[in-house]
Design a protein around this ligand. Structure first.
Ligand SMILES: [Zn+2]
Length: 278
C-alpha cells in the first residue's frame, strides 16, 4: 500500500512534468464509486481548459491544484498507481480514469483492486476542511519530538495502532510503522502511556528517518506476489523488520518475529523491542 514516501515520490515525479499544463479531457471512468464526491462529467466541466498550478501531498493524499481553484485529490489505497503516459498508448487493464493533458500525455489511474479514490474540491477551503477532519499532523512536514510527546501524553492504546491512525499522525502505514518502531527499539504493543520521554523522542526521530530514507530510495515496491507495476522503488531492498519474519535482525542477529495486531501483521526484533520499558 502506498504510504507517505510513495505518495511523496509520485508528487515529486509529477510536479515538474504536469505543472503549467492544460487539461484537454477527462474520460475513462468505469467505476463511479471511485469518485465519492464527483463524476466524470463534473470533472470534465471543472478541469477542461484549466492549467495545473500545484502538485502537493498531505499524509497519503496526492493533491493537484488548478488555475480555477479546483483541487483534485487522489488516495491510491491498496494498489492504485497514477501514471503519466503517452496518450496514444493503449489503456492497460484496470485503468479507471484518464485525464488528458495538452502536449499529448495522459494522467491515468490504474488500480486492479479498485480501492483508490479521486475527489474534486471547489476551492482550497473545501479541501482543507476535508483534510482537517481526517488527518493529524503530517508525519514528514509537521511532526517533531515535542509534538509527538504532546499527542501521546496520557493516550491509552498501543503505539503501533496509534501510528496507523491517520487522524493521530498522517502518512505512516503498516510498513513504515514497523520500520520506525524497529529503528526506535520499541515493541509494537507498547502502550502509549508507558513510553518514557526519551523513548518518544527516539520514536519521533525514527519516524522522520525511515520516511526520509524511503523518499530517497523512491519508495518501497513491496508485494508478496512480486507483481508491482510502474517504476519500482528501491526501499524494499533495505527493510530491517517489515516482511522479514524468521530472518536475522540486521542489528543483533535475533530472528525477526511476526505477530498480528488488529488483523494486520507487525514485524519486530524480539531481543531489542521488548514489551516492557527498559
Ligand atoms: Zn535486533
Amino acid at each position: 500500500m502506498p504510504e507517505l514516501p510513495e505518495v511523496e515520490t509520485t508528487a515529486r515525479t509529477l510536479r515538474p512534468r504536469i505543472t503549467g499544463r492544460r487539461v484537454t479531457g477527462v474520460r475513462g471512468v468505469d467505476w463511479p464509486r471511485m469518485l465519492p464526491n464527483t463524476s466524470e462529467a463534473d470533472m470534465q466541466a471543472a478541469l477542461c481548459g484549466h492549467t495545473v498550478t500545484e502538485v502537493d501531498r498531505r499524509g497519503k493524499y496526492l493533491l493537484i491544484g488548478f488555475d480555477d481553484e479546483q483541487w483534485v485529490m487522489v488516495h491510491r489505497k491498496m494498489s492504485g498507481n497514477l501514471l503519466l503516459v503517452p496518450g496514444e498508448m493503449p489503456l492497460e487493464a484496470h485503468t479507471h480514469l484518464v485525464v488528458a493533458l495538452e502536449g499529448g500525455e495522459d494522467l491515468r489511474l490504474v488500480d486492479a483492486r479498485k480501492f483508490g479514490r479521486v475527489y474534486l474540491f471547489h476551492g482550497r477551503d473545501q479541501l482543507d476542511e476535508f483534510l482537517a477532519e481526517r488527518l493529524g499532523p503530517d508525519s514528514l512536514l509537521e511532526l517533531d519530538e515535542k509534538l509527538l510527546a504532546a499527542k501521546l501524553h496520557k493516550r491509552k492504546g498501543r503505539i503501533k495502532t496509534l501510528l496507523l491512525d491517520q487522524a493521530f499522525v498522517a502518512g505512516v502505514g503498516n510498513l513504515y510503522a514497523d520500520e520506525a518502531l524497529w529503528e526506535a527499539r520499541l515493541h509494537p504493543l507498547r502502550s502509549a502511556e508507558s513510553l518514557s520521554t526519551r523513548e518518544v523522542y527516539r520514536l519521533a526521530r525514527a519516524i522522520k528517518a525511515v520516511l526520509v530514507m524511503g523518499i530517497e530510495r523512491r519508495g518501497t515496491s513491496f508485494s508478496t506476489y512480486r507483481d508491482s507495476d510502474g517504476v519500482p522503488g528501491e526501499n524494499q531492498e533495505f527493510l530491517n523488520a517489515y516482511g522479514r519474519e524468521g530472518q536475522p535482525c540486521p542489528r543483533c542477529g535475533a530472528l525477526i518475529r511476526r505477530i498480528v495486531i488488529g488483523q494486520r501483521s507487525a514485524f519486530f526484533c524480539p531481543k531489542e523491542q521488548k514489551l516492557r520499558s527498559q
